[in-house]
Write a protein that binds this ligand. Structure first.
Ligand code: ADP
Ligand code: MG
Length: 298
């Protein structure tokens, strides 16, 4: 399937500060894709580049396989900073203004997007009377105008209380269930684990790793194997002792073990004795703690 977004070798500096160094990854359709990294790691810079707010110094990106154009741009709703809503106006009046200025959606969409973010009952209240969480949900409603396929959110739960955080996370999952692809920056490992299906981890502008959350943020050893007949290899390895589960991913078999227990030599011998010559045998040791350590230390 065509990725929703592809980044190739993106570089960006602010004077001497290299904010992004040769970043490349793909966002699959229908994913909730987390950009995870501590403050200053380059998340906002990256989102600004893919939204055409900033220009990369080098590299390229493509939405739906196409270079950015006003047409593709219409398929992307975004929330980078809290938008400037009018404090004395209601949600409906504010969204009418957003719609009029941006040209996104129609006046008829407004009730619908307010319903999705669960603000229908308070849609006539003044913005100034809203809680922070409601304000953020209104901002998400604004991003939903025009029913874009892709949503880009920068730290959508920042500054909210626990109830507000839970509401936004639930809303993001609901949007994913409705088939949206969501790209969201977060500095919270826990949030990415709870909400995202995929993650790219950034540290000081460098991409450490990217992939499905269950592979990247796992507490297990993942052994990747391949041979000329991966289906046969998969069926054979079901009988290999000690693994917790097994997956066939394309032409690779992935065998999962509790952290620190993958017996590489035994696996190699087991396959060989069953008449299989491996052309790939590779262990990915990835624990949550290790990832966190990599993220927060120099
Ligand atoms: P994050 O969103 O992950 O916190 P940013 O993309 O905001 O990271 O910042 C990445 C790096 O670039 C940081 O070192 C930050 O200080 C720097 N930076 C960001 N914006 C600017 C700017 N406008 N001018 C100079 N440096 C900037
Ligand atoms: Mg940021």
């Amino acid at each position: 399937m065509q990725p929703v977004l592809t980044l190739n070798g993106i570089c960006k500096s602010y004077g001497k500060i290299q904010a992004l160094k040769n970043v490349a990854f793909e966002v699959p359709e229908g994913s909730v894709f987390g950009i995870l990294g501590p403050n200053g790691s380059g998340k906002t810079t990256m989102l600004s580049i893919i939204l055409d707010i900033l220009k990369a110094d080098a590299g390229s990106f493509a939405w739906f396989g196409q270079p950015g154009s006003p047409e593709t741009r219409k398929q992307i709703g975004s929330l980078l900073e809290t938008p400037n809503f009018y404090h004395y106006l209601s949600a409906v009046d504010n969204l009418n203004i957003t719609h009029a200025i941006s040209g996104r959606g129609s006046a008829a969409d407004i009730d619908h997007v307010l319903e999705i973010v669960k603000l229908s009952e308070r849609k006539r209240s003044r913005f100034s009377a809203y809680s922070l969480g409601m304000k953020q949900r209104l901002a998400i409603a604004a991003a939903l105008l025009g029913d874009p396929q892709v949503l880009v959110f920068d730290e959508p739960t920042n500054g909210l209380d626990p109830v507000g955080i839970a509401e936004i996370r639930e809303l993001i999952k609901e949007l994913a269930r409705r088939g949206k692809t969501i790209i969201m920056a977060s500095h919270l490992l826990d949030e990415v684990e709870k909400v995202c299906t995929h993650v790219a981890i950034l540290k000081k502008g460098t991409l450490l790793t990217a992939g499905p959350v269950d592979e990247v943020l796992t507490n297990e050893d993942i052994v990747e194997l391949s041979c000329s007949n991966p289906i046969h290899l998969h069926d054979l390895l079901i009988g290999f002792p000690g693994h917790t589960h097994i997956k066939l991913e394309g032409n690779k078999v992935q065998l999962f073990f509790p952290i620190g227990t993958a017996p590489m030599e035994d696996i190699n011998r087991y396959c060989f004795e069953k008449g299989i010559t491996l052309n790939l045998l590779f262990a990915k040791k990835k624990s949550l703690e290790t990832k966190f350590f990599e993220l927060t230390n120099d």
